[in-house]
Design a protein around this ligand. Structure first.
Ligand code: SAH
Length: 385
C-alpha cells in the first residue's frame, strides 16, 4: 500500500473533483467508518479494499474549454457554481495520456482559428473534450464536443491531431448546443476510426461507445467484479439477471463463469447496443440484453412468473426503485448481489428489502474505486433465510 501523502494539488479547492486530501490510509479509514455507520446494522462490513497505486486511475477524462478576457484559451473544470473554467493541464487521478491529448487539442486550436463555445452567447465552437483510454488495449477515443455541427477545417484538424497523437484510435464529433450540465449531446459523427474503443476486463473484451457508461477505474473494477462473482457463487446452469447492465460487463463475466442463461436490462440505448455486440465479441450465445427501465422489466418478469437464481443489481447513485425491489421480492432469486456507488441509497434499499422480505444481508464489501474523492463503492450479498 502506498502510504505517501499526495503532494497537495494546487487546484484542490477550485476544482472540486477530489474531496479528500488526507493520506491514502486515512482516506480508507474515513470510507470504512462512513460505510460502517450506514450499513453495519445489516451485517459486518469487510475491510475496504484500497488501491496499490491510487493515482492516475481515471480512464475517462473530460475538460471544459473557455476563452478568458485576454483571449487565452483555457481547458479544465468549471469552478463550482460558476461558468469560469479553472485551467488544468495534468491531474493526479486522471490518465496521463488523456491529459496530454487535451492539452494538445487546446494548443492546436489557434492555428486552425477554432474558437471555444460561449455558454452565454451560444456562439463559438469547442465546448468540451472527452478522452477515454482502454487500459489493457491502449485504444484511445477522442470526443470533440462542439456547440455547432459546422466544423471549419475539419479534415486538416483531424489530420493534425492524428499526427501529433498517433495513439488515438478513434475521433468523434458530438454536438451539444443545449443549455445543460450534461457534457454530451444527442448527435454525433465519427471523424476517424470505429467510433468506439475496446477494453479488456476480467479476461472479457468490451466495446465502449462515447455515451455508454463504463467504470472509470479499471484496476479496481476487476476487484469489484471479482467480489461480485464470488458472492454470486455460480456453479453453472443458473439463470442470472444483470440489471442496470450498462455495456453488459457483469452479465458477460457471469456468462463466462458458467451461468446457464443471462438476461440484462439497461435504459441507455447506446449501452444496450454495445452490450449486444459485446456478447458476440465474447462468443456468448446464452445472453440477451433488453432496453428499458429496470423496475418495469422486473415487474413484467415477476408478473409472468419468470424464475431466476441470481440477480445482479448495479443502479446509479439514486439507487433502485420500490417497484424494482417489490418485483425482486416476488421473483425470489436465491441470491441478490447488489453493487452500489452510493452507500446512502444502498442503506435505504437494503432497509426496504430486509423489512419486506425474508432476505438478509450476508456480506458487505467496500472497494475503493475513487481514491481522493469521497465516493464509496460497495457490493452486498443478500440471501433468503
Ligand atoms: N453494471 C454496469 C453499469 C452500472 S452504472 C457496469 O458495471 O459497468 C448504472 C447503469 O444503470 C448505467 O448504465 C445507466 O444508464 C443505467 N440506468 C440508470 N437508470 C436506469 C433504469 N431506471 N433502468 C435501467 N437502467 C438504468
Amino acid at each position: 500500500m502506498n502510504n505517501a501523502k499526495p503532494n497537495r494539488c494546487p487546484v484542490y479547492k477550485k476544482c472540486g473533483g477530489c474531496q479528500l486530501d488526507t493520506s491514502y490510509p486515512e482516506q480508507l479509514r474515513f470510507k470504512q467508518g462512513k460505510t460502517e455507520r450506514l450499513l453495519k446494522r445489516f451485517c459486518r462490513v469487510e475491510p475496504i479494499i484500497g488501491m496499490e497505486t491510487p493515482f492516475h486511475y481515471r480512464n475517462k477524462v473530460q475538460a471544459a474549454f473557455y476563452t478568458n478576457r485576454s483571449g487565452k484559451i483555457i481547458s479544465g473544470v468549471y469552478q463550482s457554481g460558476t461558468h469560469h473554467v479553472t485551467g488544468i493541464d495534468s491531474c493526479m487521478i486522471e490518465d496521463e495520456t488523456a491529459d496530454s491529448i487535451i492539452v494538445g487539442v487546446r494548443k492546436l486550436l489557434p492555428s486552425f482559428k477554432l474558437t471555444t463555445y460561449n455558454e452565454d452567447t451560444h456562439k463559438g465552437f469547442l465546448r468540451h473534450v472527452l478522452v477515454r483510454r482502454g487500459f489493457q488495449t491502449n485504444e484511445i477515443m477522442l470526443v470533440l464536443v462542439t456547440g455547432t455541427p459546422v466544423f471549419p477545417s475539419k479534415n486538416n484538424f483531424v489530420r493534425a491531431i492524428r499526427e501529433k497523437f498517433p495513439a488515438i484510435t478513434t475521433i468523434v464529433q458530438n454536438v451539444n448546443n443545449l443549455n445543460t450540465n450534461l457534457v454530451l449531446g444527442e448527435k454525433q459523427t465519427v471523424l476517424y476510426g470505429k467510433g468506439y474503443i475496446e477494453d479488456i476486463l476480467c479476461g472479457c473484451r468490451f466495446r465502449i461507445s462515447p455515451k455508454s457508461f463504463y467504470q472509470i477505474n479499471p484496476v479496481q473494477t476487476e476487484v469489484l467484479y471479482g467480489k461480485a462473482m464470488e458472492f454470486a457463487h455460480l456453479k453453472g446452469n443458473e439463470t442470472v439477471l444483470d440489471t442496470y447492465s450498462g455495456i453488459g460487463t457483469i452479465g458477460i463475466v457471469a456468462a463466462k463463469q458458467g451461468a446457464g442463461r443471462v438476461i440484462g436490462v439497461e435504459l441507455n440505448g447506446d449501452a444496450v447496443r454495445d452490450a449486444i455486440s459485446n456478447a458476440k465479441l465474447n462468443k456468448l450465445q446464452n445472453i440477451r440484453f433488453y432496453k428499458g427501465d429496470a423496475g418495469d422489466f422486473m415487474e413484467t418478469c415477476a408478473d409472468e412468473n419468470e424464475r431466476c437464481d441470481v440477480v445482479f443489481m448495479d443502479p446509479p447513485r439514486a439507487g433502485s426503485s420500490e417497484q424494482f425491489l417489490r418485483a425482486l421480492i416476488k421473483m425470489s432469486p436465491k441470491r441478490v448481489v447488489y453493487i452500489s456507488c452510493n452507500p446512502e441509497t444502498m442503506a435505504r434499499d437494503l432497509d426496504f428489502l430486509t423489512k419486506h422480505s425474508h432476505y438478509r444481508v450476508q456480506k458487505i464489501q467496500p472497494v475503493d474505486m475513487f481514491p481522493h474523492t469521497a465516493h464509496i463503492e460497495c457490493v452486498a450479498l443478500l440471501c433468503g433465510e
